[in-house]
Design a protein around this ligand. Sequence first.
Ligand SMILES: CSCCC(=O)C(=O)COP(=O)(O)O
Ligand SMILES: [Mg+2]
Length: 245
Amino acid sequence: MSRAPVRAVVLDIEGTTGSADHVHTVLFPYARERFAAWFAAHRGEPRWTRTLEDIRTTTGAPGLDEAGAVAALHAWTDADVKAAPLKALQGEIWAAGYADGSLHGHVYDDVPEALARWQAAGIERHIYSSGSAAAQRNWFAHSNHGDLTGLLDGYFDLTTAGPKREPDSYRTISRALAVPPGHTLFLSDVAAELDAAAGAGWQTLAVRRPDDPRGTAVDGHPVLGDLTALHLPTDPDHDPAPAAP
Ligand SMILES: CSCCC(=O)C(=O)COP(=O)(O)O
Ligand SMILES: [Mg+2]
């Protein structure tokens, strides 16, 4: 069965466009070591109150104090829980690390060229990650290949789309993009995310990097080792920039 031409590519970060190892051994510890200092530095400010409230709501513990909130952040980090307050605070702490040059985002060598190829073909390019949209943007703005944000059209996260393993999240993105699901391609290293996207009617392809310790297979999905050979046919019936009426 032939597939509809792709009008939008949506890409995962960790394990797909960038190194999962870099996220887990560089970014996560960087934020983990700074949660307590962040609370101490911002005590009593509106963002301190808002963050504490968000953590209380997410943990279901209305009486949680600052020390309890830091403990929850540590526990979520250690278990890689995709909790929105954790992702927001990680993004804020990482931003300072990018700004002072102590952090960079890792992007695999084939990714900039693939994004540029799709851009030239008039195909939209969006990121969907559990990291906050601000964290995603900073990752690509401060990557090992320089500032790649000019190759990307937008960023979806837990707060704007929802969890990555639920088809409804992909339906939300489809509405935001105004691109039909069948014309949207999702690339990820995680079978459950690909299953959810397929459940929303999207096209899917798995990506498993050769350095991934989980091996090269992704349950039930055709797999690419990189994006070099992913040449997407353009849609002759679709003008990505229609003239104003
Ligand atoms: C640069 S965004 C940081 C990645 C992150 O925090 C994360 O949890 C990765 O989630 P993903 O959905 O990209 O697997
Ligand atoms: Mg991933």
